[in-house]
Design a binder for this molecule. Structure first.
Ligand code: GDP
Length: 176
């Protein structure tokens, strides 16, 4: 972590989850306020930065790392989350298999990532709740058992997108 003092913090945040759950879309919505129906797999840049204000007056600046689609081959290098302070594991509430896969990402993080990493579980595509396959109760119970933050959101409608990142920012211990 570079340049930290009591009012300014910068942290590496990695996005994990199955292909097509909306990782790039959440990042793009949060950082640029945009949504694209046909989001390209790769954004190109290694990471994007965006800040959030915490209720205690501090500012947290995130380096948001998105995969370049390697998760398709289930071979994301541990290098990707090495040094990460936070991880957002994304699934699609309208696709149960992505929730199963999210749980395996959580287990992998618990084994391999830095021990104090803050992990949030994000159920994306909340706008598709008419074809929901993962109940909010099931996901929030799983999150509670595993001490994960939990938010359901929609990159498409912008529902709760900022909330994901604010929750993470506020969960980071700020003492130097
Ligand atoms: P990634 O592979 O996890 O990065 O997923 P993408 O961000 O590329 O999104 C995959 C597809 O899902 C794209 O067609 C997006 O437009 C779409 N998508 C992403 N977020 C949402 C959402 O909140 N609601 C809906 N309905 N579609 C979404």
């Amino acid at each position: 972590v570079s340049g930290n003092n009591r009012s300014f913090f910068q942290y590496k945040l990695v996005l994990l989850g199955d292909s097509s759950v909306g990782k790039s879309s959440l990042a793009l919505r949060f950082v640029r306020g945009q949504f694209q129906e046909f989001q390209e797999s790769t954004i190109g840049a290694a990471f994007m930065t965006q800040s959030v204000q915490c209720s205690d007056g501090t500012t947290v600046k995130f380096e948001i790392w998105d995969t370049a689609g390697q998760e398709r081959y289930h071979s994301l290098a541990p290098m990707y989350y090495r040094g990460a302070h936070c991880a957002v594991v994304v699934y699609d509430i309208s696709d149960a298999s992505t929730f199963t896969r999210a749980k395996s990402w959580v287990r992998e993080l618990q084994r391999q990532a830095p021990p104090n990493i803050i992990i949030a579980l994000a159920g994306n595509k909340l706008d598709l709740s008419h074809s929901r396959q993962v109940s909010e109760e099931e996901a929030s119970a799983y999150a509670a058992e595993n001490k994960l933050l939990f938010v359901e959101a929609s990159a498409k409608t912008d529902a709760n997108v900022k909330l994901i990142f604010t929750r993470v920012a506020e969960a980071i211990p700020k003492s130097d």
